[in-house]
Design a protein around this ligand. Sequence first.
Ligand SMILES: CC(C)(COP(=O)(O)OP(=O)(O)OC[C@H]1O[C@@H](n2cnc3c(N)ncnc32)[C@H](O)[C@@H]1OP(=O)(O)O)[C@@H](O)C(=O)NCCC(=O)NCCS
Length: 163
Amino acid sequence: MAKQQAKTKIRTVQDSIITMTELVLPQHTNQLGNLLGGQLMHWIDICAALAAAKHSRRVCVTASVDNIDFHLPIKLGDVVTLKASVNRAFNTSMEVGVKVFAENFSKHKDFHTNSAYLTFVSVGENGKPIKTFKITPETDDEKRRYKDALERRRVRLLSRKKT
Ligand SMILES: CC(C)(COP(=O)(O)OP(=O)(O)OC[C@H]1O[C@@H](n2cnc3c(N)ncnc32)[C@H](O)[C@@H]1OP(=O)(O)O)[C@@H](O)C(=O)NCCC(=O)NCCS
């Protein structure tokens, strides 16, 4: 595996934040007027990829997506806001957390619909992994996510070995 050394530079979780806002249009919905799960996953993937790229200053590819649950339907006309940030950077990979909120301005409804964890790998022009920057968690929540990301990575890599 070709891994080039990235310059040693400490970066914060705040530096990696990406916020994306989308309007749910008819082409994004099923026959019931609910946002399609695949469309939401696409937005989650893009938002998370941008957070990983912002942190690493590199093109980042999706290595894995953890389980995503759909608890509440998001409806046609709702405004969807996605907020992604890097929870922890390892060697060439990063765990990115994404939170999804749906809002209906006219109905004054605003709710958290999904959370997702994705792993991205920073790659060079040849598509091979390249070492990324470490990340420094600052707040209590960031420190908790940073700590928990290590255990999630362990489980992820264990299930990767089994497949
Ligand atoms: C992801 C990819 C770059 C990994 O390359 P690789 O040569 O297998 O490299 P390695 O096995 O050395 O893994 C590199 C890093 O990815 C991590 N990784 C690889 N597969 C993973 C998985 N399924 N889940 C979580 N992390 C994973 C490794 O743990 C390692 O992290 P680290 O350097 O921080 O320790 C390569 O498999 C790839 O290009 N996959 C296709 C990516 C893609 O097209 N994504 C879109 C899919 S729709």
